[in-house]
Write a protein that binds this ligand. Sequence first.
Ligand SMILES: [Zn+2]
Length: 276
Amino acid sequence: MAFTRATGKHRRPSRLTRKGANMAGVAALATTGVIGGLTSPALAADSDISADSAHAVQDTGLTQAIVIGDSLADQIAAQAEQQKRAAAKAEAARKAEAERKAEAKRKAEAKAKAEAEARAKKEREERAAKERAAREAERKRLGYTLPVAGSVVTTGYKTGGNLWSSGSHSGVDFRAASGSSVVAVGAGTVVEAGWGGAYGNNIVIRMNDGTYTQYGHLSSLGVSVGQTVASGQQIGLSGSTGNSTGPHLHFEARTSPEYGSDMDPVAYLRAHGVNV
Ligand SMILES: [Zn+2]
């Protein structure tokens, strides 16, 4: 503690003593001749007041020092310490509250973001489902069909025998009475329509997906090269022209327009959604 007790030597002198001193001072000045004759009571009184005021200021300071000395100074210090602790506590509480609010804000934002993402995902899925449905409807509209309505396969693909020049069946035979309607199994462009040797009257169509289909032994042709055809559109009538033992439709699926690039026609039609 910086405060110290005042000692006896700082005690305020008695008024009588000071008065005596002042009077002595004035008397001394008078004797020097500087202010000779100015020993009026007024001056003495003024001097006395000035001196007294100076003492009073000094004494007041000392008096305070004495009083502060123990209890009040300790109280002030304790109060300051208490205020400091309270301020620190308030600051900590303020920080905790700010942190709590920031955390709540972060959580709310994360929740909003997750909800927005969920909504966007749902919308994307709904849009994708609609697009799938539209594609499916379009595929059905433009979809593949049997080359002869309601027909069945009578001779399978790769069936062996001496009937075929390659040694095995390069397509399938659909049952069809002479003059039955033969249709394009899907949309495409006619690339061949005419006599095809062993195939008799035959048609080759380049399908829109890049594959080829062939129709043989026809009794008549209904399309010409370069013509575009839709799925299910009639292209000719069935017959038994070429190397044939009786009326039927010989049907092939190929990767190119050339003989020998054949693939399984049943698998091909099934892959295009045809029930065969
Ligand atoms: Zn055949």
